[in-house]
Design a protein around this ligand. Structure first.
Ligand code: SAM
Length: 272
């Protein structure tokens, strides 16, 4: 879902506050991408032609720091504006910014790309358009290219500690951080209320409505509710279970999912 208005509103909020968005890739995710880049480079010093699916400045900086030639594609110019203050690398001569559509990467020739990086990018592609998107990625990469993408995934089995009451208890007893609490409630505890298994969409509006309801029922304190609601948004994410995600990505080549355990954010590494 391109959701131009939703991402524009979201970006404007972070632009105004000057805060780093909570959806920016975390250090441990960037470290996993770095390991993949090291692997892809091997002992060659060739410049990897890299496609970044999104404005995500941390990924662009990572690629530039690795001497890659970077093409950064996002359909929303406001996301590039909002990304500027998060960019750390001053020399951007190896970078090209494109306001464009991932489903039609006509600016890239067949087999031109060595490396694809993304942060929850595929979670923004509607399920019905996923085959078209994967075909486009297959077209622009070559056999041997590497695709390293963070994805929001559901665990294959139910996770008791992610059920609403257990997550709240874990948070109140200091066993999980603010970010973990948000992530669990936002992407797991309200699957029944917010997820459509046909379209594979987890609808943020429905999740936040469920959070509001729990607050009204006194199952969340004012402080917990205010913290969760400070991240309110209307994004619709396409989310698969880990196994379904791997099966989908295996259309492109060998797929390995990095990070053990029930983490909801994992890196999928595909070798074409
Ligand atoms: C990559 S994701 C997640 C944000 C990311 N975690 C970050 O830190 O920037 C969101 C971005 O995808 C872009 N997007 C969604 N669908 C798209 C499409 N079909 N083509 C190009 N950009 C798209 C949106 O404009 C939005 O900027």
């Amino acid at each position: 879902m391109k959701q131009l208005d939703d991402w524009t509103r979201y970006a404007a909020k972070f632009l105004a506050s000057g805060q780093r968005p909570h959806f920016a890739p975390a250090r441990e995710i960037l470290d996993i991408h770095q390991q993949q880049i090291d692997h892809a480079k091997g002992d060659k010093c060739a410049q990897l032609k890299t496609l970044i699916l999104g404005a995500t400045p941390e990924l662009a900086d990572l690629a530039l720091a690795n001497n890659c030639r970077v093409l950064r594609v996002d359909c929303n110019p406001v996301m590039f504006e909002a990304a500027k203050s998060r960019q750390k690398i001053a020399d951007r001569s190896n970078e090209t910014i494109v306001i464009g559509e991932w489903l039609n990467l006509h600016m890239i020739g067949d087999g031109e790309i060595d490396l694809v990086l993304g942060d929850a990018s595929l979670n923004n592609i509607p399920h019905a358009l996923m085959p078209q998107f994967l075909n486009e990625i297959a077209r622009i990469t070559r056999p041997g290219s590497l695709i390293s993408i963070k994805q929001i995934l559901f665990p294959d089995e139910k996770v008791a500690s992610y059920e609403f009451h257990n997550a709240v208890n874990a948070y109140r007893t200091g066993k999980i951080s603010d970010n973990e609490f948000y992530r669990i409630l936002r992407f797991y505890s309200f699957i029944a209320e917010g997820y459509d298994p046909i379209t594979h969409v987890l609808d943020a509006e429905k999740v936040f409505a469920a959070i509001q309801k729990r607050h009204a029922m006194n199952q969340l304190t004012d402080a917990e509710f205010e913290f969760l609601y400070s991240r309110h948004n209307t994004i619709q994410h396409t989310i698969y279970t880990q196994t379904a995600q791997r099966q989908l990505l295996e259309r492109l080549g060998d797929c390995r999912i990095v990070q053990q355990g029930n983490e909801l954010f994992k890196v999928c590494v595909i070798r074409r």
